[in-house]
Each structure stands twice: as structure tokens, then as C-alpha cells.
Design a protein around this ligand. Sequence first.
Ligand code: ACO
Length: 429
Amino acid sequence: MADKTAQLRLDDQTIELPIVVGSEGERAVDITSLRSKTGYITMDPGYANTGSCTSRITFVDGENGVLHYRGIPIDDLADKGSFLETAYLLIYGKLPNKDQFNYFTESISRHTMLHEDFKAFYGALPKDAHPMAACSAVVGALATFYPDSLDPRDPRQVEISVHRLLAKLPTIAAYAYKHSIGQPFMYPDNRLDYVGNFLHLMFATPCEDFEVDPVVKKAIDLLLILHADHEQNCSASTVRLVGSSHVNLFAAIAAGINALWGSRHGGANQEVIEMLAAIRDEGLTASEFVERAKSSDDTSRLMGFGHRVYKNFDPRMTIIKKACFDVLEKLGVQNKLVEIAVELEEIALKDDYFVERKLYPNVDFYSGVIYNAIGTPMNMFTAMFAIGRLPGWIAQWVEMHQDKHKIYRPRQIYVGETGRRYVDIAERD
Ligand code: ACO
């Protein structure tokens, strides 16, 4: 991989550093030996210019709006694939053949139930507990129920944990919702496919028959595919960082769920709808809100806009926007929030502030509108993102363990006080 080197002049020294070149031509200077050779480290707050690993999972070209999973363009998968196929692709590196897919789906459908004792666990949470807090707590607690499969270096234990997690996260998320509204938990229905079963767990009750709406199921499947991985984002890096200590998969994924929850990451999908509803309820015009979002106090960003990597457009957003209009039309939903979203997008895309900073609508801008249109409660949006992102987190965790890796441990430059001594409390100012 390192066919040429970079030369770095520091003080009176010139050193050679290897250049790493990726399969899509991306280049990095490998600074692993910099400190031992020179005493210097590099500074990159927020890691905006730091490659933390090489990876064979997902390729993003933010300048050109490109996203590939294992070399396959996202549009192709969105058009022809299913979420479980995508999950298999991300985790195992290739699309499954028929036998592999049957084994995978069968195994997942056999692990959808939660231990009955979890009912008491949910019962201990307040009714208004945010589903993301409930999800991370329950996923972390899976480690207490499955001590037989916690070793990250045992392939059979890893496989069973992976299948358990993929199978159980929809149940875990749906139970958080059922708990919040006081409805009985539904048992999974293994006759249904992955998304059908999730909708059943969320919206069925024991009192009446529940039919899965095919339009809704297709839309959710698409959203899950589009959210399935996004290389070294905040939550995936969290999963790698936590996992690098060789902690079990459940603990690392629970950490990823918590990272996703924040409003600058996956939590933005909930905040987009809250923002649209606030604009509607306060009677603001889209232009007035865009002006507010430009204010320097940073408290009211235009949620669903901007991305650390995409500086042109987010290809997932283009697919979601189209799906959003399809779903609304097929379900016959008239939605004021969509009108506001379209207006905001049009204004922001022409506004110098957003143009200069290369701020474009991201994956979260229209996804919440779809979730909202199909009757998903707002505080479940980010939990649905987590269900989608789970295969990506798993793939990142598995890859890290397959590759030679060190414990993640960034350095710092200390800028605090120096040379102080302990002063007795009676003598302090
Ligand atoms: N609205 C208004 N201004 C914005 C926005 C926004 N949505 N996003 C960035 N800016 C401005 C910042 O204020 C900053 O301006 P300045 O240079 O004058 O100080 C500049 O654009 C750069 O912003 P940063 O926060 O430094 O950019 P960064 O790459 O670190 O952040 C992020 C990316 C966190 C996504 C940011 O754009 C944001 O907060 N967006 C809104 C939240 C959001 O939609 N998050 C979902 C992202 S997608 C995902 O995680 C699934």
C-alpha cells in the first residue's frame, strides 16, 4: 500500500513518512512513527483530518456525493436490495447467495424474543424514558443474559452475538415505545419478515388483527438500507474505540447507540421534525427561520443541514426525498411539515451563508417526515436510525478485530497550569 513516502522537515531534521493509498485513490500520510522519530504529535481536534484505520466496508466521497457499501453504489442497493441483504453484505463482505441468506434470515428470526425478565427491566424505567436511553440500557444488559457469547476473539461467540443483536434490537426499540404508552408488549411474529415484524411489534395490540402496510414496510426497509453504514462517523468510531479495549459486542454497541443519540448526529432526525413543527406553530416563515439559523449564537442551527464529509450533496438525502414524496402520495397524506421542509431547503440552498459553508440537506432532513407520515412517534425516530445503523456498527467492530489493531488512545497537548504544589486548605486564597 505504501509505494511512496512524504518528507517532513521539522527543526533540523528531515524524516520520511509512508503514504497510504486506498482502493479509490484516497491518500494519507502515515504518521505512526512521527513522535518516536521527532517528539512531535499531530493536532486535529474533532479528527476532521485524521484517518483512524483502513477499512474495506464503506466508501464515501463527500466532494462528489458518492456512497458505496462494499463497493456497491447505494442507489443500487436502495433500488434492488433489502435491508437484511445489506446487513449481510456489510458484515460478511459480499451479497449472500440463496443458502447463505436463508440461513441468515432463519437464524435472525429465531432470536427475536427477549428474555421474559426484561419486562421487569422496562418496568423499572419511567414512562417518559427516551427510547434511545432504554435501547442502550437493554443492549448493554444483554451481556448479563448471554455470558456464554462475550469473547470478541471467538468466531462462534461473535456470530451468535451478531445474530442476537440484529434480531433483538427491533424488539428492544419497540418495547421502549410500548412501555412509554402503557400497551402490552407483543411477542415477535416469526412469519413476518424483519421490517414487517418490527411494525407488528410497534403497532399491533393483542385485541385486534394487524396488517402490515406494504407501502410503509417498503419505506422503512429503504430507510434502514440508507442508514446502514457511513464509515468512521461519531457512533461507528465510538463502537471501534470502545471495542478496541476488547470489551464484548453488546457493550460496544450500547456505546454506539448513545453516541448516535446526540442532536449533531442521529438525534437530528427527531430535531428536524421538532423544528418544522415549531416553525408551523410559531407562525414563522421559512425565511425567518433560515435567518435565525444563521445567527452566531449557534442555538438554532438548521437541523438536517450540514455534514462533516458531504460538501456537495448527501446521496442518501436524494433517495429519501423521492421516497418521502412517494410515501405521502401513496398514503394520501397532506402534510404542512413537508411544505415547510421544501421551502426551507429551497431558501437555504440559495443563501450565501449555506452556500459558502457548503451546507446541504443531509440524511436526516426528510427521513423524519417519512417516519412522521407513517405514524411513528417522534422520540422513536433516532431508535429507528439505530436499527438501521446496527449492521454498520457490527461490521466496523468485526473488521477491527479481524485487522491488527491497538487500543484506541489519542494523545493531547497539555495547556493547563504547571509547577504547582499542594497548599494546605488553611493557607489557600
Ligand atoms: N445550520 C446553521 N449553520 C450551520 C449548520 C446548520 N445546520 N451546520 C453547520 N453550520 C455552520 C457552523 O455554525 C459553522 O459556521 P462558522 O464557520 O461561521 O463558525 C460552519 O457551518 C461549520 O460548522 P461545523 O459545526 O464546524 O461543521 P462540522 O463539520 O463540524 O459539523 C454537523 C457537521 C455537526 C453535521 C453540522 O453541520 C450540524 O450541526 N448540522 C445540524 C445537525 C445535523 O443535521 N446533524 C446530522 C448530521 S448527519 C448524521 O449524523 C446522521
